[in-house]
Design a protein around this ligand. Structure first.
Ligand SMILES: [Zn+2]
Length: 459
């Protein structure tokens, strides 16, 4: 359509020009210019042609001047757009490489992004993440510190620095950074739980409890989780009170912790010990028996045996066998019953309990060890004992305390992991569970910043 219109206009224009030329040819005349001693004589047609040529030349000159003035700006704009595109591509590729754990590509893209943007906040974040992925915590720290200079990325920079400090075990520094982060965003649940965890790791129990109360008030921590956290904090306070010999304070706190988390075995065992120490043996017994009925756990049996210190061995074995009989079908009960039967030289009783475990495919290394001991002690049958021992060598281990942050397996439970100081990270778990084969969870241990935070920081 446009082409047809253009052709039509051109044809009309040529026709008009031809008509004008014809009209001029019919009316000849001369135009004379007399100026500064010069005299020019020409026809009207030539004059009009000269004017038209002059106008065309002027128009071309004006266009050229305009291009000379605007050209560099136009070219620079195009270069900028191209650089922005390069930077954006490098950033996206780099963040994907970080997410994929590709350290080499992450570093390459980080360098590209930094060059293309002259160190924009987002390229700094990528540089820090890539450095962390490459295990270069010095470079990561430098990048995070540069992020502190920009209001928009300060929070993310602090978050990175907190994780780095926590990883090198500098909890004081981590706490200082976390407080700065809290001043920036008082309502961030992550900061509240970080401050709480650090205070707990530092053993600042009352401060931790205050932080927790605040977080619960502002609904930064979910109710059930908060309850569990409070119970564990109070157990930390119980241990501290026991250490300074304040058993009354310890008992009050243990009662509160047990009320908050009745299923938490360490709360039950601590309370039982303190009750027995305070002369409330019957109450302590009932507490442990009740717990055994719900979840038989070796720590409960250990305390049940320990809080009756004056009993002769035979009587203590009977006492523990009674505990086992409260929940007789449980695996832990059968093991306890077998162990106590061996103490009392009740071979048939021990054999029965152990063989049920073998028949139920619930036998572990501990089961086979007990069977070997039984064969040796009852009949002196070294051959049979060796056979069981062989099974024990390849058998499954017993459940144990396991830190889900660092994989450490301490003998005893404590409010925070003795190896990595993570708060409330120990759980009772059978070895070989799938999460143990996989590396420990990436966040927060590796400190990469969740995508949601990146989105928030960059708008
Ligand atoms: Zn740990």
């Amino acid at each position: 359509m446009r082409a047809v219109l253009k052709i039509t206009i051109a044809v009309v224009l040529v026709l008009v020009l031809a008509l004008v030329a014809a009209w001029m040819a019919d009316r000849p005349g001369v135009i004379a210019v007399d100026w500064l001693g010069y005299r020019i004589e020409t026809s009207v047609g030539v004059l009009i042609a000269i004017i038209i040529v002059l106008a065309a030349v002027l128009a071309a000159l004006a266009r050229l001047a305009l291009f000379a003035a605007r050209g560099p700006r136009y070219l620079a704009g195009r270069r900028r757009a191209k650089r922005r595109q390069t930077a954006e591509r490098a950033l996206v590729r780099g963040l994907v490489a970080v997410a994929a754990g590709d350290a080499r590509d992450a570093k390459k893209q980080a360098i590209a992004a930094e060059t293309a943007t002259d160190g924009s906040p987002l390229s700094l974040l990528l540089a820090a993440q890539a450095a962390q992925l490459n295990g270069d915590s010095g470079a990561a720290e430098r990048a995070y510190k540069l992020m502190l200079e920009n209001d928009e990325t300060k929070f993310l920079g602090l978050r990175g620095l907190i994780v780095l400090a926590r990883r090198r075990g500098d909890n004081d520094m981590a706490l200082a950074h976390a407080r700065e982060a809290q001043a920036l965003r008082p309502g961030a649940p992550w900061v509240a739980s970080e401050i709480f965890g650090l205070q707990a790791a530092l053993g600042e129990w009352s401060a931790a409890e205050e932080t927790l109360a605040g977080a619960l008030r502002h609904k930064l921590i979910e109710g059930a989780k908060g309850k569990r956290h409070r119970a564990v904090v109070q157990l930390g306070q119980v241990d501290a009170a026991i250490a300074r010999g304040d058993s009354r304070e310890a008992l009050t706190l243990a009662e509160s912790a047990h009320a908050l988390a009745p299923d938490l075995v360490p709360a039950t065992t601590r309370l039982a010990r303190l009750l027995a120490d305070a002369g409330k043996q019957r109450k302590a017994d009932r507490l442990l028996e009740n717990a055994w009925a719900h979840q038989p756990h070796p720590d409960i049996a250990e305390v049940y045996g320990a809080i009756a210190p004056d009993l002769p061995e035979e009587e203590r074995a009977k006492r523990l066998a009674t505990l086992a009989s409260i929940n007789p079908a449980a695996r832990e009960s059968r093991l306890l019953a077998a162990e106590q039967a061996l103490v009392r030289r009740q071979w048939a009783e021990a054999r029965e309990a152990l063989m049920v475990l073998v028949a139920n495919s619930e036998a572990t290394r501990r089961t086979y060890d007990l069977l070997a001991e039984l064969e040796r002690r009852e009949k002196g049958d070294q051959r049979r004992a060796a056979e069981w021992q062989e099974k024990a060598a390849t058998g499954e281990s017993e459940p144990r305390w396991f830190c889900h942050t660092c994989g450490h397996t301490p003998v005893k439970w404590s409010p925070h992991c003795p190896a990595c100081h993570s708060f409330d990270s120990l759980e009772w778990r059978a070895p070989g569970a799938i999460s143990e084969i996989l590396p420990p969870p990436a966040a927060p241990a590796d400190g990469t910043v969740p995508a949601a935070d990146v989105a928030r920081a960059t708008g």
